[in-house]
Write a protein that binds this ligand. Structure first.
Ligand code: ZN
Length: 380
């Protein structure tokens, strides 16, 4: 939520009121000279602002608006400010008031409908927001923003088919976001098909997802789940290795699942390959692999020993602990493993939301692909 300090908010409102006054009298006129002739409501509204009584001030401004048809843009700005502050009911009152005007130009009516839809979205009244956005999407000038907002409404409702429909309409007017978003919708639909036991449809949807975005690790992960359901462990292993190559972020979640599917020899071969992959990508990736492996109780696995020592001896945070002596490494690995098991493991890069679960779609800010594995390790 935008949280303007109270003083700033008061100043912004005062500026808007001055805008209303200026609109009323015209910038070219010496409107200050008219202050003495003002309707008392103008000054009362300002008094309410100064004494921090926003509801009373709002009543005054709504009255002013009724009396003064030229200041409509100022009221759109006021409504938008109220919404951004989370004062949605006030924003709704302003926009409904605009819509109730008798002689309202069509473009102002459309703009007010869009603003009201955004108010309802912000308030979480999704069905009303949806109806209004649909109405506004018929207006060519506002079509792209209304369809994009509708896409957001369908995402919040987990109506992936409709979200995909809105995405396709946006694509037809060249206003769609990145194609990975469509690929995620198709993966959501594939996951639903899997829940219904309809694996053929799920496979078809995953193929469509790969058609939208490649590489697309989420499709490989779901492919692995289908292969497991089909009792094809070798295929599941292939898909999981592909997913981990495409997105090392998934290591923490998927490494244990992958290793459950293979015997000890193949396990060591896979770990050695992951080590060389991580090394070729840089120290941070090696650290990520080491932490994921420790969290999966693989701290003592032979292919990882050298990597664990390297990470512990070179990482700034862990170095102090490492100086206790390399013989401590197994104990330290165990302690880190225990900490990781209880730590908040993932964080959204966009909004900072964090928790123990991984999400493709951030539950807080609704971004896609924004989750990153991280660990808060406190050793002392
Ligand atoms: Zn987020």
């Amino acid at each position: 939520m935008t949280d303007l300090p109270l003083l700033t908010w008061g100043l912004v409102l005062a500026a808007l009121v001055l805008g209303i006054l200026a609109g009323h009298f015209g910038w070219g006129k010496r409107w200050t000279g008219h202050l003495s002739k003002l309707h008392p409501d103008y000054l009362t509204g300002l008094d309410y602002l100064v004494s921090e009584q926003p509801d009373r001030a709002l009543d005054m401004f709504l009255k002013l608006m009724d009396a003064n048809a030229e200041t409509i843009e100022t009221h759109f700005a006021l409504g938008s400010l109220y919404r951004r502050r989370g004062e949605v009911e006030r924003a709704i009152r302003i926009h409904q008031n605009i819509l109730a005007r008798k002689e309202l130009a069509p473009e102002h009516r459309e703009q007010a409908l869009l603003a009201l839809a955004q108010d309802y979205l912000r308030a979480g009244v999704l069905d009303r927001a949806e109806g209004l956005f649909q109405q506004v999407s018929e207006v060519p000038r506002l079509r792209a923003s209304a369809l994009d907002a509708l896409r957001g409404v369908y995402e919040r409702q987990h109506d992936w088919q409709q979200a995909l429909g809105a995405y396709r309409q946006l694509a037809s007017i060249k206003a769609a976001p990145t194609r990975t978003v469509a690929a995620h919708y198709l993966c959501e639909l594939a996951a639903l098909a899997m829940e219904r036991g309809d694996l053929d449809s799920a496979r078809g949807l995953l193929n469509e997802a790969r058609g939208e975005a490649l590489p697309f690790p989420r499709a490989a992960l779901l492919g692995a789940q289908i292969a497991e359901r089909d009792l094809q462990p070798a295929l599941a292993v292939k898909f999981l290795r592909q997913a981990l190559t495409e997105s090392p972020t998934l290591l923490q979640e998927e490494l244990p699942r992958l290793l459950k599917l293979v015997g000890p020899e193949e396990r060591d071969a896979i770990l050695s390959e992951l080590v060389s992959q991580a090394e070729s990508r840089g120290f941070d990736e090696l650290k990520r692999l080491v932490f994921a492996a420790i969290a999966a109780n693989l701290g003592a696995a032979a292919p990882l020993r050298a990597s664990i020592e390297k990470v512990f001896s070179q990482d700034g945070t862990l170095q102090a602990v490492w100086q206790e002596g390399p013989t401590q490494s197994e104990r330290i690995a165990r302690e880190i493993g225990a900490l990781l098991a209880h730590a908040e493991k993932y964080r959204c890069n966009e909004c900072g939301f964090s928790g123990r679960n991984f999400y493709w779609h951030c539950p807080a800010c609704h971004s896609w692909d924004s989750f990153e594995a991280y660990a808060i390790v406190k050793l002392r």
